[in-house]
Design a protein. Structure first.
Length: 155
């Protein structure tokens, strides 16, 4: 879903270069989404992973705050991807407004509505092309992460 999103496509085109996102090991390493080393083999790679983890902790705490405020984000939104993205964006905007106005978190017993999920057709040719592109991006991501490690984490 992310790869096909507008932001995913813009990141893949390099619209935000040299900036990048950071993700956990559940994501593929790409030039625009850097992941930690699975098995760091030297001190610069270990330092990269420590810096990566510290950055992700800040983000994870923020996501936790928003999920507590809007339980639908915790339990999952079951609707079309485009609409789900707008709901998520609205939750983050409302959360930031609430923070700016020093509003407390919502109660834990807020009702959660579940929406019907629509089935989407699989498109084998498109999936194969996406898989090839994903492999290329992953290779480029490893190269970028290695360059960053050598440039920024080697003493």
């Amino acid at each position: 879903m992310f790869v096909e999103s507008i932001i995913g496509q813009r990141l893949a085109r390099g619209d935000f270069s040299p900036f990048h996102l950071i993700g956990d090991s559940g994501y593929a390493c790409t030039p625009y989404l850097l992941t930690p080393y699975a098995a760091p083999s030297n001190e610069p790679e270990r330092r990269f992973n420590v810096a990566h983890k510290k950055s992700r902790c800040v983000i994870e705490r923020f996501f936790g705050m928003v999920k507590r405020r809007f339980p639908a984000l915790f339990f999952g939104i079951r609707m079309q991807p485009g609409r789900a993205c707008r709901v998520i964006m609205a939750c983050f905007i409302l959360h930031n407004i609430a923070l700016s106005r020093r509003q407390p978190d919502f109660d834990d017993d807020v009702a959660v509505n579940h929406f019907e999920e629509q089935d989407y057709d699989n498109q084998p040719d498109r999936q194969e092309n996406l898989a090839q592109a994903a492999l290329r991006l992953r290779r480029q991501g490893f190269e970028k992460r290695n360059r960053m490690t050598l440039n920024d984490f080697t003493r």
